[in-house]
Every structure is written in C-alpha cells, then in structure tokens.
Write a protein that binds this ligand. Structure first.
Ligand code: HOZ
Length: 433
C-alpha cells in the first residue's frame, strides 16, 4: 500500500470545516487507530483512494451497493433520469412504481411513504405507531441502531458504541425515558417490560437481523415471539429492515422468517446507492399519514426522481441466483476467517447471515449487545490495519457488518482470506507484545 499522503492532507483540511473531518462518525477510522482514506472512485467491488491505492471493498457504502459500485446499467439509467430533472417537489410516476415494486417483494408494505434516509423512516414509523396506539413508550434492543432520532439514541449500536456515547448527550431525558431497553434474543426481557408498562407501549422496534453490533442472527423463535407479544399486549411490531431488507432475501428478513410486522423501515438497497428511506406497512396504519390522515411528515427531496430511478434499477435485479451466490461467498469468507484465526491461535467467533459477515475477536458466542461488547476491539484494530495494508477495505469498527455484493468474486474472497491469514498473524504478534 502506498503511503496515504494525500488522504492525510485532505483529512487535516476537512477537520477545519467538518466536525471530526467527516459527515458520519464511523468513517473517521478512530476506533481502529487509523486515519481515514479519501475515496476517488468505486468500481465493482473495488474502492480507489486518492493516493492510487485500490482495495477490495467490504463496506460497500454500508449496504446499499448489493450490485457493486457504479454498475454501468445504473449509471446509464441515472444519466437519462438526470436529463429530465433532478428534483420536482411534485409527484412523479417513479414513486408509485417503486412503491409497487417494494410491495410486490414485501407484501406487508400495503402502503409506503418514501423519505430520504433510514433515520427519517424509523422516526416516522414510530410516530405512526404512537398515533395509532395512543401510547408513548417504545421498546428497543440494546445495540440495535435505528438511525439518530432522539428516541433511538439510547444504548444505540453502530458508531454510538465505538465512540463511547451509546446514549447521546442532547437527547432530552423525557424522550429517553419513553424508550425502554430489552436484550436482543431474550424474549423474557421484552415480556417483563410489557408487564411493567401495561397499556403504555406503542411499539417494539427491532432489527430482525441485528447488523449494528456486528452481525447477530435472531435465535429460533425470537421474531415469532416478538410478534406474539406485540399482538398480546396491543403494541405494534416495527421491523427495521434498513440493512436486512432485500439483503437477507428479496423479501427481506420478514419474508425469510415468515413474520409479518405491522410497520417496516427500509433504506440502503431501495435507493440503489442514492439517499432514500421508506416506511410502510398495514394500510389502516399508513392511512394515518398526512395528507391521508393527521400524522404529519414531509420532505422536499422525498421520492426524488434520481433516487427512485436507482431504487427501481436495484430492486428489479434481485434474482434468486444473486442470493445464492452471495450466500456462497459469505460462507466462504466466514469459514476462511475462522480457519485463519485458528491457525494463528487467535480467538475469533464468526457470525454470518446472507451476505453479511462479522469476525468477532472473542472466544464466546455473540448473541446480543453484551456478548458483542466482550469482543476485543483493539485486536480488531490490528486486524483492520493489517487488512488495509494488504489491499482489503474492511468496516472500520469491530461492531459493524462486512457487506458482500454481486461484484465480489470467488477470487476476491480467496485473496481476502489470504490477507486475513497474514493480518491474524499480526494480531497474534501484537497480543504477545
Ligand atoms: N451508520 C452506518 C453504519 N451502520 C455508518 C454510515 C456511514 O458512515 O456512512
């Protein structure tokens, strides 16, 4: 790897204008003891930095790029769409076309409202749930991340974990008090909250496949148990499928596990790499949203024609063969990580689901936030730096998922495992001191 001289210069300059030099905390590489690389371009499964380094990318913009960076068909579609205008602030047919496509893939989305980010989707879905139930409290799970709305920054995952502020300053106590915390994969913790807060809980919001403490799959029966508890106590079940939607399967986690949530939040893949979110679900609930109903929510760039074009392009290409290949590659990557860790005598648990993988540097199984937090983030930092210098771009945090795409090949994964073997030896050496 060439020394990242240009990246370092740009980072110094960026810090004079952007807080921490970035627009989203994890990108600063702080928790892996490195300085961020500035990107020149993405192509297929490759990321090119401004110093001329080329990496096999496993961040893939944190999930949206299931078809890889800048596929030719998508850039063509976007160029044509841009010529017709980049924003209208008025309805275009693309919005209901994408909505219908989403509903065809995820039938629980009887009505859909497009917004511009997953954060907006989650905030708005909870507003609908509160309006529909006339209750204020919500249950979320420790380490689950639903964007940065006030109600969700309580023991949140993702960057909130590594930056030491899982419950952010600036969130009013009164707002945080209405967010009750349960333990992922622990139905007992959910039922106890329902019993202690009778007729006060509007919704349970969950990542059906947790992706913001690293990847953690739902235990058998966990999602069905949540469905049953919500029905029993008159609360709504909200699936945050911003990561798992169209990544776990074309029908999302809900299709895969056969669970029907009342409301769903989407983002990432539905925008094909452009800024999009959506929330939707039961028609009777979504008809509460303005102008059909009284629950207010609006956005200048909502349903943006370029974002809708990219979303349609991406969703129209979700073929079963894509998922088969992604599952094959992620199994190869996961077993490769496990094997090279064993060879280097480094304690690693590899969690994988669909096209998501996380090697946790711990000898204990990772099933929830507390067990994820037992992973050795310092060891991950050594691993990360070892991978980077060998041409692999992993997520810059122990507590994030690695994302595969249609552009990754067997050879890419084989090269990644070779790099991981050497990086694991770096970890073992660092542990010996
Ligand atoms: N919240 C994202 C990871 N789960 C990071 C987004 C970004 O930095 O782009």
């Amino acid at each position: 790897m060439k020394r990242p001289v240009q990246s370092q210069k740009l980072f110094a300059r960026a810090q004079q204008i952007l807080p921490g030099g970035v627009d989203s905390p994890v990108r600063a590489f702080k928790s892996v003891g490195a300085s961020p690389l500035f990107v020149k371009k993405g192509a297929g499964a490759r990321l090119h930095d401004v110093d001329g380094n080329v990496f096999i990318d496993y961040v893939m913009s944190w999930g949206p790029l299931i078809h890889g960076h800048a596929p030719a068909g998508l850039t063509r579609a976007l160029t044509s769409a841009a010529k017709l205008g980049t924003s209208f602030g008025a309805p275009s047919p693309l919005e209901h076309q994408l909505g219908e496509r989403v509903r065809a893939l995820m039938p629980s989305m009887e009505r859909v409202r497009f917004v511009s980010s997953g954060t907006e989707a989650a905030m708005s879905a909870i507003r609908v749930a509160r309006a529909a139930t006339k209750r204020d409290r919500i249950i979320k799970f420790e380490g689950c991340y639903h964007g940065h709305g006030d109600a969700f920054l309580v023991k949140a995952g993702s960057g909130a974990l590594t930056y030491g502020v899982p419950t952010s300053p600036g969130v009013p106590k009164a707002v945080a008090a209405d967010t009750l915390l349960a333990i992922y994969n622990d139905l007992g913790s959910v039922e106890r909250l329902f019993k202690a807060n009778r007729k006060a809980i509007a919704a349970v919001i969950v990542e059906p496949i947790a992706g913001n403490i690293g990847v953690v799959a739902p235990a058998p029966g966990f999602l069905q148990g949540l469905r049953d508890l919500c029905t029993k106590y008159g609360a709504l079940l909200v699936f945050d499928e911003v990561i798992s939607g169209f990544r776990a399967s074309a029908g999302g986690a809900q299709g895969l596990f056969g669970i029907t949530p009342d409301l769903t939040c989407l983002g990432k893949i539905i925008g094909g790499g452009l800024p999009v979110g959506a929330y939707g679900g039961r028609a009777d609930l979504m008809e509460l949203v303005s102008p059909a109903g009284p629950v207010y929510q609006a956005g200048t760039l909502s349903g943006n024609p370029l974002a809708m074009t990219a979303g349609l392009w991406a969703l129209n290409r979700l073929k079963p063969s894509l998922y088969g290949n992604l599952a094959y590659l992620s199994a190869m990557l996961a077993s490769g990580f496990a094997e090279v860790a064993r060879e280097a005598k480094v304690a690693v648990q590899v969690n994988a689901f669909g096209s998501l993988v996380t090697p946790f540097f711990t000898n204990q199984p990772v099933t929830d936030c507390a067990s994820a937090m037992r992973a050795d983030a310092k060891a991950y930092g050594v691993f990360f730096r070892g991978m980077l210098k060998r041409g692999i771009y992993p997520p810059p945090s122990q507590f994030e998922a690695w994302f595969l795409s249609a552009a990754h090949t067997d050879q890419d994964v084989a090269d990644t495992i070779d790099a991981a073997a050497a990086a694991m030896r770096d970890v073992a050496r660092a542990a010996r001191g």
